[in-house]
Design a protein around this ligand. Structure first.
Ligand SMILES: Cc1ncc(COP(=O)(O)O)c(C=O)c1O
Length: 478
């Protein structure tokens, strides 16, 4: 990808950052505390062993440089913004990731969200093993699609009809077309720092990997593709009102992350969501919650249930794939019937609704519906974020952060963060050292301050306590 090429040109100092990081790494390894070894989970003790050998990770990633752009298949994985070598994974199980050198980490990335019932969950795996015997893709209707659709419709307040696709990007680009097809308008409003996948029209102040790489937007996106994308500040209703005023009768819809996870973790102000609902209804525009990240994570009925605001359309992904590639968009029947073949708006997919993805999704939603699931996520994640922030403050660092259910984040920032612009005032350099320090203590965090963290049903109190103890050690070194 050209953005990566440009990034490596811009970051002529990337090597220097890596070297500096290697020094920090050696220093921090030497400081590993025996205290952490008291953690009763023996497997996690192994992760906290005094020496983090990453020889295999380095070998594999070096080889990948010639094979994959930047050595990865998705930019943030390359650790560009935190510096240092990325860890190459060998396997994952439950709350843990194991790297190619045999190191074990408590994992708070969870494959960027899907692993909410724990990595390689036995029940999901058993269901998948049974399903694969019947074939991995039909390219024809199958009843599993109905079962999955019913599970989504039953849970998500805004969804009366749903179309399954194969990624969050595909869900968002399809919903954009739908908003335009249904209203006959072309302009859309998005918010800076919200990521809706990498379709051309959304690559405007897109947060996530785009922000991580320091790119305001991506080369290769024609100006015409973003000319109809109007960008507002998150949590700023007045700005949205002004945009509507200046573009009377021309706006197809407003799309947002109902809780931002792609500028770090930013909860919405309730009045902001309420105001968006009100103004879109008044102006004849559609409101779309991009719940690719928040869907089934914030609550059983997604963020819209949690906040009690029902959008017209919803995009989903990550959790509903149970670890397999899935996306979905859905909403009011009247709107969804615009989609082919019920209506004229074209959208299709060879592997859409394939039986493996449907099976993993059905089982994952079933596990999440069991009593206590969301209570567990809320309790351990709250304990985690409070423990981390207390440890930071004890060590004299200014931090701000929070969680909702199993989604969390904090910034090295003295002030509250309500939008991307405020997130960007946080100490990115300190975040890089924090990230590397935690890695060396056996904790795998998202390698960018512009990403939220995730817990799962597999994370235990012991994992959280281990992580907080690790954080205490790392904060002392920053
Ligand atoms: C809110 C949101 N929308 C869309 C996407 C794109 O999803 P995918 O990476 O599956 O294409 C993401 C990915 O992180 C996301 O967080």
């Amino acid at each position: 990808m050209k953005e990566l090429t440009r990034m490596s040109q811009k970051c002529g100092s990337a090597k220097a950052v890596q070297q500096a990081n290697a020094v920090v790494q050696q220093r921090t390894v030497a400081r590993r505390q025996t205290k952490l070894m008291a953690h009763s989970n023996k497997r996690v003790q192994a992760a906290a062993a005094p020496v983090l050998n990453t020889a295999e990770s380095e070998r594999i990633f070096a080889e990948a440089q010639d094979l994959l752009p930047g050595g990865v298949n998705s930019p943030v994985r390359a650790f560009k913004s935190v510096g240092g070598q990325p860890i190459v994974f060998d396997k994952v199980k439950g709350a843990y990731a194991f790297d190619a050198d045999g190191n074990k980490y408590v994992d708070y990335v969870g494959s960027w969200g899907p692993a909410i019932v724990g990595h390689a969950n036995d029940e999901v795996n058993d269901a998948l093993k049974a399903a694969i015997e019947k074939g991995s893709s039909f390219g024809a209707p199958c009843e599993l699609e109905n079962t999955m659709a019913k599970a989504v419709i039953e849970r998500v307040p805004s969804v009366e009809m749903v179309r399954f696709v194969s990624s969050g990007t595909e869900a968002c680009l399809s919903v954009l077309r739908l908003m335009r097809a249904y209203t006959g308008n072309e302009k859309i409003i998005k918010f800076s720092g919200c990521y809706h996948g990498h379709a051309d029209s959304f690559l405007v102040q897109a947060g996530s990997g785009v922000a991580t790489l320091g790119l305001p937007d991506s080369p290769g996106v024609p100006a015409s593709a973003t000319a109809t994308t109007l960008c507002a500040t998150y949590n700023d209703l007045d700005e949205v009102k002004a945009i509507f005023e200046a573009n009377k009768g021309e706006i197809a819809g407003v799309i947002l992350e109902p809780v931002v996870g792609n500028s770090g973790f930013i909860p919405p102000k309730k009045e902001f969501l309420e105001g968006l609902r009100e103004i879109t209804a008044k102006e004849g525009a559609l409101l779309c919650f991009d719940e690719v990240m928040t869907g089934f994570r914030i609550a059983k009925g997604c963020a819209q249930e949690y906040f009690g605001i029902t959008p017209d359309l919803t995009t989903m992904g990550k959790v509903i794939g149970g670890g397999l590639p899935v996306g979905a968009y859905g909403g009011k029947k009247e709107i969804m019937q615009t989609v082919a073949p019920a209506g004229p708006m074209y959208q299709a997919g060879t592997l859409s609704g394939n039986p493996l993805a449907m099976t993993a999704g059905i089982k994952t939603l079933e596990i999440l519906a069991r009593p206590g699931a969301y209570e567990h996520l809320e309790r351990i994640t709250n304990k985690l974020i409070n423990g981390i922030m207390d440890a930071a403050r004890e060590a004299g660092h200014e931090v701000t952060g929070s969680n909702i259910s199993g989604m969390f984040g904090f910034y090295f920032n003295a002030n509250p963060v309500n939008n991307f612009e405020e997130a960007a005032t946080s100490d990115a350099e300190k975040f890089g050292r924090w990230h590397r320090g935690m890695l060396e203590q056996g904790v795998y965090l998202a390698p960018s301050m512009y990403e939220a963290g995730f817990t799962s049903l597999a994370h235990t109190d012991e994992d959280i306590e281990f992580t907080i103890a690790a954080a205490k050690e790392v904060f002392k070194t920053l």
